[in-house]
Design a protein around this ligand. Structure first.
Ligand SMILES: Nc1ncnc2c1ncn2[C@@H]1O[C@H](COP(=O)(O)OP(=O)(O)OP(=O)(O)O)[C@@H](O)[C@H]1O
Ligand SMILES: [Mg+2]
Length: 255
């Protein structure tokens, strides 16, 4: 189990007008670990990662759910940035799992084609090792959502989910799981109850307090180990233009 400790950090957005195209891949611009690994926002995600690593002193493989109360609160982007930050650690193999079988978006955000994935494994149609694929980021693999199913709650609620997580823990140190929001669907509660920890993303100034509280209660009632919240969309000055937050090596001292 992760040790519980409140986590509160932020990854505010790049300029919303930015269109970032890297070589021939159009990757979601909010994936700051991909686009701006040296920036302040990427460092905030590393700070969250470091706290999670500190909560796991024995270094055992851990499955971590990223969710939120309602839709559009930054779950997917947070899960992906966090997975990339874990993958930066030495000798760490990491997998990002798209368990949002209702509105999957990990493949789209990475500009990859949708292929077989979680749903196909949970339905017993394919072995997980056959559908894991590189996410296009060093040491990070992707398990996409897979074939669309009409009964996602049942598919996720079956016994194969535990088998899937155990299998992934044989190979990966961190398993980061993107999920649907907690209040409209039971999926995230089910996933959180089987994972080692859950993080709740909150959009500052937009998320409603009572919905966030209700989501926390649902996760806890389901037996989820809520480790903390990740606050996105802080307003104000762009942190990357604030010199007090910059701490690059002095000229001439880079190795
Ligand atoms: N920090 C941010 N500031 C502004 N927009 C953001 C930020 N992070 C992500 N977005 C954009 O907001 C939208 C929602 O983000 P994301 O897909 O991560 O949320 P989600 O909670 O996973 O949504 P859903 O509930 O639909 O799965 C996306 O278009 C994404 O590009
Ligand atoms: Mg999402």
């Amino acid at each position: 189990m992760f040790r519980r400790k409140p986590t509160d950090t932020s990854a505010p957005p790049p300029d919303a007008d930015d269109v970032v195209v890297v070589v021939d891949r159009a990757v979601n611009p909010y994936l700051v670990l991909f686009h701006e690994p040296a920036g302040y926002r990427a460092e905030q995600v590393r700070s969250l990662r470091n706290r999670l690593v500190a909560m796991n002193p024995d270094g055992e493989p851990k499955a971590l759910v990223v969710t939120s109360a309602v839709r559009g609160e930054g779950k997917t982007v947070t899960a992906m940035n966090l997975a990339m930050a874990f993958a930066e650690l030495e000798r760490h193999e990491v997998v990002l799992v798209d368990a949002d079988l209702r509105r999957p978006s990990c493949e789209r955000y990475l500009n990859l084609n949708a292929e077989a994935g979680v749903a196909d494994v949970l339905l017993g149609r394919v072995a997980v090792d056959r559908v894991l694929r590189p996410a296009g980021y060093r040491n990070l693999m992707l398990l996409g959502a897979g074939t669309r199913v009409g009964n996602p709650a049942e598919v996720l609620g079956g016994s194969r989910l535990d088998e899937l997580l155990s299998r992934l823990k044989e190979r990966f140190q961190y398993i980061v799981i993107d999920t649907p929001p907690v209040l409209p669907a039971t999926d995230a509660g089910v996933l959180a109850s089987r994972a080692d920890g859950a993080l709740l993303t909150v959009r500052l100034e937009r998320s409603l307090k009572n919905q966030t509280r209700e989501a926390l209660r649902v996760l806890q009632d389901m037996g989820g180990n809520v480790l903390g919240t990740f606050v996105t969309e802080l307003r104000g000055r762009d942190p990357d233009s604030d010199q007090r937050l910059a701490y690059d090596p002095e000229p001439g001292e880079e190795g």
